[in-house]
Design a protein around this ligand. Sequence first.
Ligand SMILES: [Zn+2]
Length: 315
Amino acid sequence: MTAISAVPIVPVEIAEPWLLILLSPATRVLAFAWGALWGSFSNVVIHRVPLGESVVWPASRCPQCRSAIKPYDNVPIFSYLWLRGKCRQCGTSVPLRYVTVELLAGVMSFALYMQHVYVPLLEGDAPRVAAWLLWFTFGLSLLAITYIDLDYWIIPDGIVLPLCGVGLLLAGLRPEILNLRLAEALGAAVAGYALFAGIRWLYLRMRGIEALGLGDAKLLLMVGAFTGPVGLVWTIGAGALQGLLVSVPLLRAGKRVANQELRDVHGDDPELGEDDPDRVMGQRVPFGPFLALAAIEFVFARRFIETWVYGFVGG
Ligand SMILES: [Zn+2]
């Protein structure tokens, strides 16, 4: 058994101007800016998708005074700094989250550029521009899902289902880009969904309560389609462990993990019983953000995690 399911990548000759462009410091700055720009768009997605609003229209407005935000006040990160985190019209504070999401998305795009384009070039391999953009799309979606789940306890189909489709399509047509074959992507997607949906179904049937949200099952559908079996196992295992490591100290300190109580968002659903099993210290904790965090870890540390896991199962 081979250690890693490698689809051979044929080294390609790359024209000198492209080589210079891809290796220039300006391109690394642009990779960050590209991420920050999409981070800015993610803020719109996080704010509007759970409310069922369009993400392209109308233009952004201040939630307090409803004045339209001018393009020059809508530059990722910088606008926040030069407006000192306040609306230009009414002076209401802009939540720190906006700039946090932009920064995280920028860092993610930059780091993935280094991983898939810059470092391979230095090592004499072909740059993987498509891999950079696709893993960034995956990571950005996980970032949006994290905040939406923290706010609203939902994981939107509008994000996870298209991403799952993209992952499966890639595995079927161009498996070398994400280094994942169709059988692995499809198997992991189905297994992830079936596991969580199965546990949920069992609990609903036996005890009439919802142990896990169907959104978490759909999130695993997307994660499986992009990362395959090892990514799926890592996401569930590391996600659960980190969920405990983060939420126990938070709850002990009297803080909440989610931004709102589940009951306040979804009402008094009898299926959300008081004695459901997924509670940490008696409190419900959203699982989505921790699954998303673990999946992002896998994107960056895939080589180590795969080597470790395959070594473990006797590669
Ligand atoms: Zn305002």
